[in-house]
Design a protein around this ligand. Structure first.
Ligand code: FMN
Length: 387
């Protein structure tokens, strides 16, 4: 796409100033996409690629040495993109200019259209997104071409690829394992780790994967196929307090199979009558963004308390330095985001990182790592959300 001076300036301002992004860039993008949030997202990925030179030039601004932490032997800036933002690895290089790590995907073996559009709704009044995408993916071959191109250009930022094998029917779990195996074998030369995602709320076939035995076996399979230095995580969905035991059983099984930890949390399964989109065409949607904050905190606290050795990447409405601090304080090792960036742009990352540095000063810590090392973990006392 060709862009003029006006668009380049707009991109720079949007990158530095979340309010400019929200009130000018985002509005203009919705105007050009005729109000379709999925089209806006596709446009955004294209524009990010077109302005890679600007991101490259500005990348020193996104370098925060005081915030670097150790994640399984790698020193990283602990802010990444959450799965779904770059499903097919189309913007890995430009995103790596500013984020500390990337979680592209979810990648599946063979191309899938997902559900018919429209299947996305952005609720700007509450900073939430509702989606019923149903696992669209351009498939392994397309993703492989993109990640291998990224690796030729850059090795600096870790990539943890989100993957999933899909059982054709609940009793055909073996096929899901076979797909998982093919995905891991093909991607292993390019990935620093994997996030297995059995928790997409919009894909009924995945329900069969949410059993402790399947979690254990999937972790064993990935561990057997990949090096011990690579990160092996499972993406967990949100849970109510009443569901905590079953949820923990899954996470425990993952760790028993050789997993390193979890990404928490995926979107929240929401019924149609709770979805504010005027004509939502699906019985449910996965809700992300600010609404997930309490579920994210609950999941971090539960895991830290019951599986102290787990590595935790936290996501779900991390839209301020206070939210980021709360997630780290509860036990997160690194943070990811998607929905908050769609409302505020990547300038939000600068705002959060600067705010965290300020908070470190106030609390008397030189580095984030120093703060993380002295955390004390308490039990979780978060009330379930009223449905
Ligand atoms: C439109 C959309 C698509 C998503 N697709 C995926 C996906 O393919 N795989 C996955 O593990 N999570 C996916 N997610 C969930 C996000 O990775 C994240 O867990 C969730 O949105 C909460 O974080 P956030 O509030 O920062 O968005 C998706 C989220 C959205 C909004």
């Amino acid at each position: 796409m060709r862009h003029g001076w006006f668009e380049r300036r707009g991109f720079c301002w949007g990158l530095l100033h979340p309010s400019f992004f929200r009130w000018v860039v985002r509005r203009e993008a919705y105007r050009r996409a005729k109000g379709d949030p999925e089209k806006v997202h596709e446009l955004a990925l294209e524009v990010i690629g077109d302005f890679d030179d600007i991101l490259d030039e500005m990348s020193p601004l996104f370098d925060f040495p005081r915030l670097r932490v150790d994640l399984k032997g790698q020193k990283i800036f602990p802010f990444g993109i959450a799965a779904g933002l770059d499903k097919n690895g189309e913007a890995l290089l430009p995103l790596s200019r500013i984020f500390g790590f990337l979680e592209p995907g979810t990648v599946v073996l063979t191309p899938r259209e997902g559900n018919p559009r429209p299947r996305l709704y952005a609720d700007a009044a509450h900073d939430d997104v509702y989606n019923a995408q149903g696992f669209p993916s351009r498939g392994l071959s397309y993703f492989l071409a993109n990640i291998s191109r990224y690796r030729e250009a850059s090795k600096s930022k870790p990539v943890y690829v989100s993957i999933c094998g899909i059982p054709p029917a609940p009793e055909q779990i073996e096929e899901a394992y076979a797909e998982l195996e093919e995905l891991v074998k093909a991607l292993d030369p390019y990935a620093d780790g994997f996030v297995w995602n059995p928790f997409s709320p919009n894909t009924a076939a995945l329900r069969a994967l949410r059993e402790p035995d399947v979690f254990r076996a999937s972790a064993e399979l990935i561990s057997r196929l990949t090096g011990s230095t690579k990160l092996k995580l499972v993406k967990m969905g949100p849970c109510e307090s009443t569901e905590a035991t079953a949820w923990l059983n899954l996470a425990h099984a993952w760790m028993e199979g050789g997993g390193d930890g979890i990404v928490a949390v995926n979107t929240y399964l929401t019924l149609r009558d709770k979805i504010p989109a005027p004509q939502w065409g699906y019985p449910t949607a996965g809700r992300s963004g600010r609404f997930l904050q309490r579920y994210r905190q609950h999941a971090i606290a539960l895991t830290r308390k019951h599986i102290p050795s787990a590595i935790i990447l936290a996501t779900g409405g991390i839209d301020s330095a206070d939210q980021a601090w709360a997630a780290f304080e509860a036990g997160a090792d690194a943070l990811e985001g998607y929905t908050p960036y769609t409302f505020n742009g990547f300038g939000l990352l600068l705002k959060i990182a600067r705010g965290l540095e300020k908070r470190l000063d106030q609390e008397g810590f030189q580095t984030l790592e120093e703060f993380l090392k002295q955390r004390e973990f308490k039990s979780s006392k978060i009330e379930p959300h009223k449905k």
